[in-house]
Design a protein around this ligand. Structure first.
Ligand code: GDP
Ligand code: MG
Ligand code: ZN
Length: 316
């Protein structure tokens, strides 16, 4: 009844999957019926998934099983039919098995938004990615190395930093080496030079990875199609509308401290197990802030994001 092959899901068009077999051939696949029924609370297959497919006589395939994921970037979405008003949430998997995320900011023009970077980092930590890289582009505009100084706190946290210039090609070899052989998420605010950088890595790559969310004139997402774009050097870059608006709404307020890598080590030393690190006595996190072991800006960022998450949860 048809041969079984292993493959990688490289495209998801509203439930029609393109699966790349190990020999490079791409099969159009659907989920096997029984798998569809199980796909209620979370997406059963997503780009990046390693699957087992059965090849049918007409050359298409059915996805028979999906391998356990090493990482999942997802977001909570309202179940359809409720028009976003109440109803249970389901998990929408944006990408499975991503090896790394590269968060791109400009040294200036636009000025770096560190709160947004912190949100990205929380998402990356929550997804349990192997590598989280910060890319600072437009270093040609950073004449006095002000941006480098402002980002220094993130270098101290241990995140790999890449300094690039899409105009001169500075740092591109390093970027390419980072992307090689991995499944990467490449995202950041608009105007920072993502498209330019990708075009430096590989001609035409910037066009292939649009990252625009494909929003129609009415402001509605017309599709949530997503794909993995293959790199000449090996590896893939994700092109998925969900990534651009990577939010942290599926992070519960109480777990947020675990995703601030500078705060997390102190949480266990707080007097109260459920310490929010705001005003409780015996808070080890606040003590670390007072002794400048945790950067004050990061602590403020944690507080404001926690506040936002609490308000969002209170609404449900
Ligand atoms: N000075 C300078 N400008 C850059 C650099 N990279 C991109 N740009 C410019 O920044 C603008 C936005 O770039 P683009 O790649 O479209 O950004 P995206 O929105 O992140 O994809 C364009 O005008 C680019 O020419 C850089 O390294 N240095
Ligand atoms: Mg762009
Ligand atoms: Zn505390």
């Amino acid at each position: 009844m048809g041969c079984l092959l292993d493959g990688l899901v490289i495209k998801d068009q509203s439930g029609f999957f393109s699966v790349e077999a190990e020999d490079g051939h791409i099969y159009q696949c659907r989920l096997r019926g029984r798998l569809m029924e199980e796909a209620q609370s979370s997406d059963l297959a997503a780009i990046g998934d390693r699957v087992h497919m059965r090849i049918l006589e007409d050359g298409t395939g059915t996805i028979e099983s999906v391998a356990a994921r090493t990482s999942t970037i997802s977001r909570a979405v309202r179940t359809e039919g409720n028009r976003g008003a109440g109803g249970p949430e389901r998990e929408q998997v944006i990408i499975a098995n991503a090896d790394q995320a590269l968060f791109v900011f400009a040294a200036t023009q636009p000025r770096p938004n560190f709160r947004l970077l912190d949100r990205f980092l929380v998402s990356g930590e929550k997804a349990d990615l192997d590598h989280i890289v910060i890319v600072i582009n437009k270093i040609d505009l950073d004449k006095q190395a002000k941006a480098r100084a402002a980002f220094a706190v993130y270098a101290q946290l241990g995140y790999p930093m890449l300094y690039t210039c899409a105009l001169s090609g500075a740092g591109i070899a390093e970027l390419k080496a980072r992307l090689q052989g991995r499944i990467s998420v490449f995202t950041g605010p608009s105007g920072v030079g993502k498209t330019s950088l990708l075009n430096c890595v590989q001609p035409g790559l910037g066009r292939a990875v649009k990252q625009v969310g494909r929003v129609s004139q009415e402001g509605m997402h017309t599709t949530r199609d997503s794909a993995l774009i293959k790199l000449d050097v090996g590896g893939y870059v994700a092109d998925t509308p969900g990534i651009r608006n990577l939010t942290v709404w599926d992070v519960e307020p109480e777990e947020l401290d675990a995703y601030y890598v500078d705060i997390a080590p102190y949480v266990g030393a707080c007097r109260f197990g459920d310490c929010s690190h705001r005003s409780e006595p015996g808070c080890a996190v606040r003590q670390a802030v007072d002794t400048n072991v945790i950067h004050r800006n990061r602590y403020q960022s944690y507080l404001s994001l926690r506040e936002e998450l609490e308000q969002a949860y209170a609404l449900h």
